[in-house]
Write a protein that binds this ligand. Structure first.
Ligand SMILES: NC(=O)C1=CN([C@@H]2O[C@H](COP(=O)(O)OP(=O)(O)OC[C@H]3O[C@@H](n4cnc5c(N)ncnc54)[C@H](OP(=O)(O)O)[C@@H]3O)[C@@H](O)[C@H]2O)C=CC1
Ligand SMILES: O=C1CO[C@H](CO)[C@@H](O)[C@@H]1O
Length: 331
């Protein structure tokens, strides 16, 4: 039975608390968070430093800029760690964390939980099996309207760019199913809320395999299109079941998450829809991620560790830097 600690009990941390409490192979030793108003029956600590009981692994779900400090502390105490995404607030911080993990010889896993969704894994194998030939293009939309309160007087007020909070998931998804990203360019959208942070924009991507892609994103536009809306994986976000990603290749195309597969020839012949057998969903990605974290603590290879997640972060940071250098476009 693995002893788990959760640090940070906000929007995602409390979901980790519930997942750990429900898991038969681990016991939650506590939640460390200074906010005593959090509604939980887990044993409480005000800070990670106060934890005085044995711990095997920690889930770090604090604001992004604190991941490195908490991760280094965990490594020094010999605890394996699951760190929420993005792995750190800067590349320098990610490298420091990577060094601490390596020198303490503990395992790390980063919370890019979409990798555990069975449809994502199915898409990865469809592309790897070249069911659409060689990937040529990908178009992805992530657009939702987050409530104003989400950004009100907290760490997201100025640091809450959807690139670091949300696109980092999409970037990781693209790396996972298509391959490494070699180049990016980005344009900043208009500010609707009047904030200084990025709110929306457009990104162009080049992949090492030769494919190119685009991402349109906004946290100011209520829309049916986005991973969470399409998949229904986040209890706070309404599900529409609509596609949010369209991939073309030399032999056909596929849209996601409907996994609608098309085969085509030349322009005179309409593309044909090909039935694809889908396996039933084995469970929620956050639970599957926890299963994997427990295995990683026993020596399994992590699906994405600090070093791998730092590559996703590097792409997000490059986009963020390009956008930060541009003025808000006016409506
Ligand atoms: N994988 C996923 O689907 C998701 C991942 N995330 C990631 O998780 C992280 C947290 O995001 P989110 O849950 O939205 O943020 P929240 O602000 O909702 O939660 C963060 C919590 O950490 C607490 N906290 C702050 N400082 C400390 C500290 N030193 N020690 C212990 N606890 C502390 C905060 O307390 P207080 O409010 O009092 O400051 C708050 O309760 C981010 O990196 C984010 O990108 C977020 C959402 C979903
Ligand atoms: O990491 C995340 C943070 O923002 C979104 C909404 O709060 C989540 O769905 C997402 O997975």
């Amino acid at each position: 039975m693995k002893r788990l600690l959760v640090v940070g009990g906000g929007l995602i941390g409390i979901r980790h608390v519930h997942a750990a409490q429900a898991h038969p192979d681990c016991v939650l030793v506590g939640l460390a968070d200074p906010d005593r108003s959090i509604n939980t029956d887990a044993p409480r600590f005000d800070a990670m430093e106060d934890v005085d009981c044995p711990v095997d692994g920690v889930i770090i779900a604090t604001p992004t800029h604190l991941h490195t400090a908490h991760g280094i502390q965990a490594a020094e105490r010999g605890w394996h760690m699951l760190i929420e995404k993005p792995v750190a607030g800067t590349i320098e911080d990610a490298n420091l964390l990577g060094q601490a993990v390596a020198s303490a010889q503990v395992s790390s896993l980063v919370g890019h939980h979409r990798r555990y969704h069975n449809l994502v894994q199915h898409l990865k194998s469809v592309l790897a099996d070249e069911r659409i030939g060689q990937v040529i293009t990908v178009s992805l939309i992530w657009a939702m309207r987050k409530p104003d309160a989400y950004f009100d007087q907290n760490w997201r007020t100025s640091g809450g760019s959807p690139v670091m909070i949300n696109l980092v998931h999409d970037i990781d998804l693209l790396r996972f199913v298509i391959g490494e990203i070699s180049d990016v360019a980005a344009l900043r959208g208009s500010s609707v809320r009047g904030s200084t942070r990025v709110e929306s924009g457009a990104v162009a991507l080049a992949f090492e395999c030769g494919a190119t892609g685009t991402i349109s994103f906004a946290d100011t536009a209520p829309s049916p299109w986005g991973f969470e809306a399409g998949i229904g994986e986040n209890p706070n976000i309404g599900t529409t079941g609509q596609d949010m990603m369209w991939i073309t290749g030399t032999k056909g195309a596929i849209s996601f998450p409907s996994m609608t597969l098309w085969h085509g020839e030349d322009w005179g012949i309409p593309a044909q829809q090909i039935p694809l057998e889908l396996t039933s969903n084995p469970g929620r990605p956050l639970d599957a991620q926890l299963d994997h974290f427990l295995a990683v603590m026993d020596g399994a290879d992590p699906l994405t560790d600090v070093a791998d997640a730092a590559q996703t972060l590097a792409v997000a940071m490059k986009i963020e830097q390009e956008l930060a250098a541009q003025k808000n476009r006016r409506m």
